[in-house]
Design a protein around this ligand. Structure first.
Ligand code: ZN
Length: 211
């Protein structure tokens, strides 16, 4: 599987990479893999996370040969312009939670010769494009879409299915709240939800394996 762009640094000084996919598809792991390689090359790295992502503490994201890179929690994309001044590589996790000014900020940083690596959810729990991810994908030189494994059928999953009927778009959850599903199983689950709403009760979701 081709996961990382090849580049010639002497020709091209700044660029944008996007790693996208559904929940449990390994987006952050892929981000960290790329960051680790930059750590080995002794490049200066900064990792940003949105303040909305409070699932984990301010963790040390990278650990390799005693090189630790802390992630910096930022309120808004503009904060990155100053904080990333000395960095060669800028990694941004959970990019879907930032507002649209991230597009401008990433473009400005790339023009300054920085390598930007973004990771984010490309679709929300209803299967619609998430926030600014479509714009980020458009302005990026390199886009990698990673897949999870569908919990229903074992196929390639690109959708994050939310268990239950909550409507709020930003709901940070663990494995008991969301599950990765392929298109067919996602669709089946959404139909089940609609039916259960009509019937006023929640039915057990049964998924056919006939595909
Ligand atoms: Zn499936």
């Amino acid at each position: 599987m081709f996961l990382e762009p090849s580049y010639q640094r002497h020709n091209s000084k700044g660029w944008i990479e996007v790693i996208c996919g559904c929940m449990f598809s390994g987006k952050t792991e892929e981000l960290i893999r790329r960051v680790n390689r930059a750590v080995i090359a002794k490049q200066r790295i900064v990792i940003f996370k949105p303040s909305v992502d409070v699932r984990y503490d301010d963790v040390k994201v990278v650990s390799h040969n005693r090189n630790m890179v802390n992630s910096v929690v930022v309120q808004k994309p503009q904060d990155m312009l100053l904080l990333a001044n000395d960095a060669d590589v800028i990694a941004i996790d959970e990019a879907q939670f930032f507002d649209e000014s991230l597009v401008e900020v990433c473009t400005a940083l790339a023009y300054r010769g920085k390598r930007i690596i973004l990771s984010g959810l490309d679709m929300d729990f209803e299967g619609t494009p998430f926030g600014i991810m479509p714009q980020l994908i458009c302005i990026a030189e390199f886009v990698t879409k990673v897949q999870a494994i569908c919990v229903c059928c074992g196929g390639a999953a690109s959708f994050s299915f939310r268990l239950g009927n909550l409507k709020q778009q930003i709901l940070l959850g663990e494995k008991d709240t969301y599950e990765p599903r392929c298109r067919t199983c996602f669709n089946t689950g959404m139909k089940e939800k609609q039916d259960s709403k009509k019937n006023g009760k929640f039915r057990k979701i049964e998924v056919s394996n006939d595909f």
